[in-house]
Design a protein around this ligand. Sequence first.
Ligand code: PLP
Length: 396
Amino acid sequence: MFGRHIPEDFVTEPDLLKKLPTYLFVEIDKKKREAQAKGKDIIDLGIGDPDLPTPAFIIDALERAARDPANHRYPSNQGLRVLREAIATWYKERFHVALDPDEEILPLIGSKEGIAHAPLALVNPDDLVLIPDPCYPPYYSGTLMAGAEPYRMPLVAANEFLPDFGALDRSTKQRASLLFINYPGNPTGACATRDFFDEAVNFAVENRIMVAHDAAYTEIYFDNMPPPSFLEAKGAKEVGIEFHSLSKTFNMTGWRIGFAVGNRKMIRCLAQLKGHFDSGVFQAIQLAAVEALKKGGPSAAENRHVFEERRDVLVNGLRKIGWDVPMPKATFYVWLPVPPGYTSAELCMKLLEGAGVVATPGVGFGPNGEGYIRMTITVPVARLEEAVKRVKALHG
Ligand SMILES: *Cc1c(COP(=O)(O)O)cnc(C)c1O
């Protein structure tokens, strides 16, 4: 068009993008839409996104704040002090952990944003970053984006899906500078005890490894057993930070607000890096988050009630048709062992094509996820009952 030839490969994917795995859910979503386009009724147990609406009082708070011109300007990177104070109060009440709102709390544009930036903010290229396998994908991609090397720690049922620090060899421990952990965990639904967090702190101190704990699911728990925060462990704040999010607790995944708390130097590094990427969270959303943290207790409890009923329906239903499925104590995930004769991807294909049920192959969360598939309970009870019925029919 300019009389000059623009080659076909004028824009090519850089090496980094080639190295990053295609985000798992994108591929599943494509196959799901193909089935839907053929007119199939699909029950989507694939994506970890609550189907319930954000509570009305939080939306009201957003509406009020959105009308105030003071909130229309660039927010400060540090976040509003009222939000940081509300986070401190919430942590104190929920976990008995004291946090300094000025130095130990940083609002994030969703916790995924902070998690993915954490290795870039905290480690040097060529360092090792210890990540769970299977895990939430940003630990892996965030590590690659920092030019660092992910080292997968297997999570196996025999060890209750906790990493075995004792199995790491000396050179691995020497090269590692950051450890990601996540309890209650996605995708396994496993919970950690205070003892495990104590062990993680000891491991971190002995080997000079910083810890980043992802606590996105601490409020989605069942059987009246609230899981602990990593920061409850003695010395945790000296070695690590914790990521939290309003996404799952208050059905606010689309709002994009989360936060990091804990070690002040790590918080400072993350804030410093973020200053080059973003300009903070829309203040009206921050003010709505303040309301959520202050008054959201009852709606979080209501959420747990809904998910607990669904969990019971799905797990008991699958057990009744002969699938030996463990009962998760937290999260909205069920981590199902794959029966012999299938890979996790083959089983998901069979469920999608034969039963119109979307599940996620465990292998998408890391090689040690092979042998499992993940189902989410983010659809109503009637749909879960229907899913069980269809799986039973498929099963013959
Ligand atoms: C959903 C989820 C998050 C939260 O992500 P946001 O960016 O805060 O919405 C973090 N960690 C895990 C493991 C999750 O599944």
